[in-house]
Design a protein around this ligand. Structure first.
Ligand code: ADP
Ligand code: MG
Length: 411
């Protein structure tokens, strides 16, 4: 049931009453017999009319159950894919409604429109504890335009609003940033879990605090790299990103994937780390290959020859980093250490994941591919938190807030 931590976050997310007093308690959100409009992330992969991966649908089940237990009628809304503001039959949420009905063992009403009088009528006719899903939000161009009239039409589908789509909260869309300004609003269980875990990293991380960064590109993540570099005690850099940094320091990186136009950015991050006393750890050995291929022969080297490319961190690096990481009480990890999709170059990512799983510290994994890597190694359950947020998680770590979270507060 509800622990004190959850109370605290939900209260923090609930609007302050107009008199400026204490935030309303969670129970102040009226639910019994009310229509709860819930923004979920049902952006799932489809194969024709079959849901290929229902992880995100399952992810919403606790919030749906929580609301139904309190007597609410649950009206769900989501986007699916990129229909660019037009109806597209292949991006209908109907298959998602079917899968949800299977998972709930319960009928789910599907509205073939997203908003409008007919949809409003369906929400009103819904039985208490009934569940309904409306059509793809992005069939309407006003969703991504953050249109206020569309937000009002959506708000007509509920008496209260719950946001459980953390991975979308960095978007100023009508369903994310508009609706919560119009209805009593709160974060759902998924959102609350994310905000608790990521909020802890922002507010009061136990030290030493380390960030491990990797993945494909520096340019995708400049903001979050700079923000983390201001906060942590140790910064570990692996993945392709490491080669841009090593190149900036004048080390030979051979044919590794670097961003030649980001050398100055890499240098300035290193400079600001030096100025702040943040210890930066770079790979001291590498798993290299002659080509970017799954079948390329892996070799472990200390220095990268001109005709070789770095595809993973090496065993000496793992050993050296382990010593420091084992002393860290808080770790945030974004970006794989190598091309983990290929067995020959997955060793570094796996070793770091195993180390963190056994560390006993507060460990947060952020980023789509990083989460996929940890799941592939069967270690997701052993981390303190694996964010489902992707870009939203990184933006939250960078800016300390998101449009969707701010909107829950601002009423
Ligand atoms: P996340 O989704 O966790 O934020 P990214 O999308 O930034 O991570 O990066 C993931 C990708 O980086 C993976 O597909 C992986 O293969 C790739 N990658 C990691 N290390 C290297 C490397 N040394 N060379 C090329 N690609 C790499
Ligand atoms: Mg990625």
């Amino acid at each position: 049931m509800m622990n004190t931590r959850r109370m605290a976050t939900l209260e923090a997310l609930l609007p302050r009453p107009a008199d400026g007093g204490d935030p309303a308690a969670v129970d102040a959100l009226p639910l019994d017999g009310k229509r709860a409009l819930v923004r979920v992330d049902f952006n799932v992969p489809l194969q024709g009319e079959v849901v290929r991966d229902d992880t995100r649908i399952r992810g919403a089940l606790p919030t749906i159950a929580w609301l139904r237990e309190r007597g609410a009628k649950v009206v769900l809304c989501s986007h699916l894919g990129r229909p660019k503001g037009k109806r597209a039959a292949e991006l209908s949420l109907l298959p998602v409604a079917s899968r949800l009905a299977e998972l709930l063992g319960e009928e789910v009403t599907f509205a073939h429109e997203t908003v409008g009088d007919e949809v409003v009528r369906l929400t009103r006719e819904l039985a208490p504890r009934g569940v309904m899903l409306v059509e793809n939000l992005r069939f309407d161009p006003r969703e991504q335009a953050g249109d206020e009239v569309f937000a009002r039409e959506l708000a007509a589908l509920g008496d209260v609003y719950v946001d459980d789509a953390f991975g979308c909260m960095h978007r100023p869309d009508a369903s994310i940033a508009g609706v919560p300004k119009l209805l009593p609003a709160a974060g759902g269980l998924l959102v609350e879990k994310e905000v608790n875990a990521l909020g802890l990293l922002l507010a009061r991380p136990d030290r030493p605090y380390a960030a491990i960064l990797g993945g494909a590109k520096v340019s995708d993540k400049i903001g979050v790299i700079e923000a983390l570099a201001r906060r942590v005690d140790h910064l570990f850099i692996g993945g392709a990103m490491a080669y841009t940094v090593l190149a900036a320091l004048g080390h030979p990186v051979g044919a590794s994937k670097i961003e030649a136009d980001k050398l100055d950015v890499a240098k300035s991050v290193l400079d600001s780390c030096a100025a702040k006393g943040v210890k930066v750890h770079l790979p001291i050995d590498h798993v290299v290959a002659a080509s970017f291929s799954e079948r390329a022969r892996p070799e472990v080297v200390d220095a990268i020859e001109p005709d070789r490319m770095g595809l993973d961190i090496g065993p000496k690096t793992v050993a050296a980093w382990s010593e420091v990481l084992s002393t860290c009480k808080t770790v945030v990890w974004n970006g794989p250490m190598g091309v983990f999709e290929w067995a020959s170059f997955a060793g570094g990512t796996r070793a770091i994941a195993e180390l963190l799983a056994a560390s006993g510290g507060f460990v947060v994994i952020g980023g789509g591919d990083s989460a996929a890597a940890v799941a592939r190694f069967g270690l997701a359950d052993r981390m303190s938190h694996v964010s489902t947020g992707g870009g939203a998680a990184l933006e939250f770590l960078e800016l300390g807030d998101l449009p969707g979270i701010a909107a829950l507060r601002r009423r």
